[in-house]
Ligand binder design. Structure first.
Ligand code: ACO
Length: 435
């Protein structure tokens, strides 16, 4: 940190430090600005704000680059597994074989839920959205694991991380089973992380269940792609919640809530709904026109990204994977996939999307694969939550250990009424109430 930025304001001048990272844009340090010049910075949506230092994930949105701990997402997708990536994100380095075996064993042996916790599901109405159940049940984990709630104890943090990663598929599958009225299936320790999830979602106690290796690998790959994405809305939510000292289960529940929205993780579900609504290629221009119309709130779901102003590298991998998975599962001519490809082609040739650098994001194609794997649409965002739990937990752990960490407490630019006197209700006029 050598360079300085000079800021001239009507209240005076100051020199601000410039912080250099290892890659990516430098950041101007503004933490002393208010104290020195009595100014705040105004940045709705945090478009130009680095809220923390992080060594976990790097994105170059202009070039379409995504690195986990320095490793390109393409190499991890090709050569790694979800649990290996989980280890990498949590501990900072790729594991040796024995470290990976031990980690996989720990995760496998933490998948069961407390039986009392399983009763929570029965309290939800049968048509509850599985994400609603996830928010509630994951938050309730803090009521069960008092032995891992001391956030200042590194071992407690690690146990909580393992529990969250291990139990998320069990909670997700139970929320689905509840919604269709089928009995819960217990975890099977002989299976892989995604094989076990598939079994818990699709097996019934009365019949044997064989995990389809194509589905198992496809899910593992999608989970790698969704595992972390630096300071997105849900991760920032986890960090903000955690900055107050809240326990990790409560923090992850807040992340699930933030993920649910259609502008974030809910987009994968929204893409499928949109494709079904479009129905045929002939109707694409009508929907493109709606997406471009400022007066119409409709947006092309699965398109655009705050950081990527180029093709999302994860979307490129998933698009290729769609071809492979659909071929292998015998759904090569899935009309929705054909429709998605056509929609992408038309949008990418349209001046509106070119000018604004709007490309397909990770969720444009992920729903097509989930559909091919027979995962119901309502579970798409739940799948995302399972994978992203790894990133949330890694970022939460990093935050707790950051010596610069303070409670997140943004300020505001106040635009409300200036100070005024209370008017007794007997003499209050309507204009005074609404003004
Ligand atoms: N369809 C049509 N127009 C769009 C779209 C879209 N999907 N996305 C952005 N635009 C337009 C905006 O209207 C705006 O136009 P303007 O300059 O004429 O006002 C311009 O592109 C810039 O968009 P912003 O909304 O300012 O971009 P922001 O960074 O705030 O939003 C977001 C990013 C939320 C992802 C947005 O692109 C969007 O809503 N996309 C659809 C939902 C989606 O796919 N979300 C998943 C994101 S990936 C993830 O969370 C895993």
């Amino acid at each position: 940190m050598n360079d300085k930025a000079r800021l001239t304001t009507p209240h005076g001048e100051t020199e601000l430090p410039i912080h250099e990272g290892t890659m990516g844009p430098a950041a101007i340090g503004i933490d002393r600005l208010y104290r020195e010049l009595h100014y705040l910075t105004y940045d709705p949506g945090f478009v130009s704000t680095a809220a923390c230092k992080s060594a976990i994930t790097f994105i170059d949105g202009e070039q379409g680059v995504l690195l986990y701990r320095g490793y390109p997402i393409e190499q991890l997708a090709e050569q790694s597994s979800f649990l290996e990536v989980a280890y990498l994100l949590l501990y900072g380095e790729l594991p040796t074989q024995s470290q990976l075996d031990e980690f996989s064993d720990i995760i496998t042996h933490h998948t069961m839920l407390n039986e009392n916790l399983r009763d929570f599901f029965r309290g939800f109405y049968h048509d509850a959205h599985p994400m609603a159940i996830m928010v509630g049940v994951v938050g309730s984990l803090s009521a069960f694991y008092h032995d891992s709630l001391d956030i200042h104890d590194p071992r407690h943090r690690e146990i909580a991380a393992h529990r969250l990663i291990a139990k998320m598929p069990t909670i997700a599958a139970a929320s689905y089973k509840h919604s269709i009225g089928e009995p819960f299936i217990y975890p099977d320790n002989s299976l892989s992380y995604t094989g076990n999830l598939l079994k818990m979602m699709f097996a019934v106690p009365s019949e044997p269940y064989e995990v389809d290796p194509v589905a198992e690998r496809a899910l593992d790959l999608i989970f790698i792609l969704h595992a972390d994405h630096e300071q997105n809305a849900s991760t920032s939510t986890v960090r903000v919640a955690g900055s107050s000292g809240a326990n990790p289960f409560a923090c992850i529940a807040s992340g699930i809530a933030a993920l649910w929205g259609p502008a974030h993780g809910g987009a994968n579900e929204a893409v499928l709904t949109m494709l079904e609504e479009i129905g045929t290629p002939e109707r694409i221009p009508e929907f493109i026109a709606r997406a471009k119309d400022r007066k119409d709130p409709f947006r092309l779901m699965g398109f655009g990204h705050r950081v990527y102003k180029n093709y999302d590298p994860r979307a490129r991998i998933i698009r290729k994977m769609c071809h492979e998975v659909l071929d292998k599962l015998g759904d090569a001519n899935d009309p929705l996939f054909e429709l998605a490809l056509k929609l992408e082609e038309i949008a990418l040739a349209d001046e509106y999307f070119i000018e604004r650098k709007l490309y397909p994001n990770v969720d444009f194609y992920s729903g097509i694969i989930y559909r091919a794997l027979k995962i119901p649409t309502k579970l798409f965002t739940v799948m995302f939550a399972i994978a992203r739990t790894v990133g949330w937990v890694a970022q939460w752990m990093e935050m707790i250990q950051d010596p610069e960490q303070r409670i997140s407490r943004p300020r505001q630019l106040y635009v409300g009424p200036v100070q005024r006197d209370y008017v007794p209700i007997e003499i209050r006029k309507a204009s005074e109430v609404s003004s």
